[in-house]
Ligand binder design. Structure first.
Ligand code: NAX
Length: 325
């Protein structure tokens, strides 16, 4: 059966890196035909049409068709997978309230359009920043969709953490298991090496604590800024790759003996207040994320998780005050 995938911000740089991989079968698997729906703002429709022309020119065997629209109701009609990439970036002089309001004006209506039009099995991944809180806004506008279908992306942070540890220890990334990003997709995120394992050993015991605290954590948390500094543009192909990984794991499951990171609606696990969308160690079973339970959290990790969760609570309170949820 053909799966309908909606991508918002399709004419942007992540959209450009993402669409070709979806159409070539990397999102859902090599046997799953896809129908693409591209949502853009009106001035960017022409650029989206250009990308669609290039998609046509690839003659992808799995790509059954492409719709392009600036109408969220049409874009999400019957959609099975919604990748919410387009967002309002922070520009000079913008206060946090302005940023949250501008994004509330995007993610509220998109959440409602998903609620009213999407397929019953819809799965939503929010990439556009501030991703966790944008996901919360969309979720609150979709009361008829199970809350656990709304997620935000911390898989890029997860992959960055794998890569940093791999090069530090000189081991392949495939030797590293059970990496976790906790909290918000922001500089307060906490990449956790106290549960990550390398060849069966705890990663935190294989590196010195100064490196872990003063180099590893800030390097992962600030990698986005370092990419902008080097490339003159924000992460695009790596963000698209992480979105592919997130949905692929969600739909097809995570491997036995390992887990990944995703921001999902908290059920209160690990003291993270119920209802906020925070990153956890997760496995996917039967197409559903489950939070890995029973991990011991030491004082250092507790402090880091609490700080990031506090930021998420503040963002939630701010959007509540602005009447966005
Ligand atoms: P671009 O500015 O290249 O593209 C964004 C696109 O979204 C534009 O084409 C714009 O026309 C479109 N858009 C804006 N409002 C829209 C709306 N209401 N409906 C549909 N489309 C709309 O940004 P890009 O580099 O592609 O990044 C997209 C988002 O991803 C940004 O918010 C960015 O901050 C975020 N990121 C999130 C990451 C994560 O790990 N969660 C990492 C990468 C990236 O920074």
């Amino acid at each position: 059966m053909t799966v309908k995938v909606t991508v918002t911000g399709a004419a942007g740089q992540i959209g450009y890196a993402l669409l070709f991989r979806i159409a070539s079968g990397h999102l859902l698997g090599p046997d799953v035909p896809v129908q693409l729906s591209l949502l853009e703002i009106t001035p960017a429709l022409k650029a989206a049409e250009g990308t669609a022309m290039e998609l046509d020119d690839c003659a992808f065997p799995l790509l059954k068709g492409i719709d392009i629209t600036d109408d969220p109701n049409y874009a999400f009609n019957g959609t099975n997978v919604a990748l919410l990439v387009g967002a309002r970036p922070r520009t000079a002089g913008m206060e946090r309230g302005d940023l949250l309001s501008a994004n509330g004006g995007i993610f509220g209506p998109q959440g409602r359009a998903i609620n009213d039009n999407a397929a019953d099995d819809v799965r939503v991944l929010v990439v556009g920043n501030p991703a966790n809180t944008n996901a919360l806004i969309a979720q609150r506008h979709a009361p008829d969709v199970p809350a656990d279908r709304f997620t935000a992306m911390t898989r890029l942070d997860h992959n960055r953490a794998l890569s940093q540890l791999s090069s530090k220890l000189g081991v392949p990334v495939t030797d590293i298991k059970k990496m976790t990003i906790w909290g918000n997709h922001s500089a307060t995120q906490y990449p956790d090496l106290y549960h990550a394992e390398v060849g069966g050993k705890i990663a935190a015991e294989l590196v010195d604590q100064d490196w872990l605290k003063d180099t590893f954590i800030p390097t992962v948390a600030k990698r986005g800024a370092a990419i902008i500094e080097a490339r003159g543009a924000s992460s695009a192909a790596s963000a698209a790759n992480a979105a592919i990984d997130h949905v692929h794991s969600w739909v097809n499951g995570t491997p036995e003996g390992d887990w990944t990171s995703a921001a999902i609606v908290s059920d209160g696990s690990y003291g993270v207040p119920e209802g906020i969308i925070s990153s956890f160690p997760v496995v996917s079973r039967n197409g559903q994320w489950e939070i890995v339970q029973g991990l011991d959290i030491d004082d250092f990790s507790r402090g880091k998780i609490d700080a990031s969760v506090k930021e998420l609570q503040e963002e939630r309170d701010a959007v509540k005050e602005l009447g966005l949820i």
